[in-house]
Ligand binder design. Structure first.
Ligand SMILES: Cc1cc2nc3c(=O)[nH]c(=O)nc-3n(C[C@H](O)[C@H](O)[C@H](O)COP(=O)(O)O)c2cc1C
Length: 176
């Protein structure tokens, strides 16, 4: 028997997990952590949602999730991404999708971006180091572009700009 929705999430500091759980609660979808997901599990569902974080311009874990989905034969893949970039940065988000999805995927895979924030307290040691390097590099740089200035402000400390409202478009799509 095929079930309806499986939501697979990959989360390091909790933002993606929170959005995944909200979507699961509202749609009755089953919510499963990425490390527990398999192609066999996906094959039991009509729709597989993969949620992850933006990670240095990439969707963390997307290639592996996509391979699992393709192997599973499940019907529809949906992707959502959380990130520190505010939703208002429409061009940045558009470019992000273009970098991560092929033209074909942009057409066929419904994709949703949700602003979240940054949480240094829960970040892994490796991620903290990466952010430290980025902060040092930006601090040193002269003649920073507008984007670089924005990024410098954005990564200075922890903040939470997540909200239930940002998961609504995904929920509406899943309930359609
Ligand atoms: C090393 C690193 C790189 C990141 N790169 C981006 C990025 O390219 N774009 C963005 O919007 N946010 C970026 N972020 C912020 C995360 O995507 C954001 O905090 C995300 O919601 C974390 O999800 P999680 O709490 O589920 O792990 C980055 C964070 C870290 C630690």
């Amino acid at each position: 028997m095929k079930y309806n929705i499986l939501i697979v999430y990959k989360s390091s500091t909790g933002f993606t997990q929170k959005y995944a759980q909200l979507a699961g609660k509202e749609t009755g979808g089953r919510v499963v952590e990425y490390r527990k997901a398999t192609a066999e599990l996906m094959s039991e569902y009509d729709t597989v949602v993969f949620g992850s974080r933006a990670y240095a311009g990439r969707i963390d874990g997307y290639q592996k999730a996509k391979e699992m989905f393709q192997k599973s034969g499940a019907g529809q893949l949906v992707v959502f991404v959380t990130g520190a970039t505010p939703n208002t940065e429409e061009q940045v988000i558009k470019d992000f999708w273009k970098q991560n999805l092929t033209d074909d995927e942009l057409q066929k895979i419904p994709h949703f971006y949700m602003q979240s924030g940054l949480c240094y307290e829960k970040m892994s040691f490796a991620d903290k180091l990466m952010m430290k390097g980025l902060r040092a590099m930006l601090k040193k740089k002269k003649d920073k572009s507008q984007e670089e200035q924005m990024m410098e402000r954005m990564i200075a400390g922890s903040y939470d700009i997540s909200s239930e409202e940002y998961v609504r478009p995904l929920i509406s799509y899943l309930k359609r």
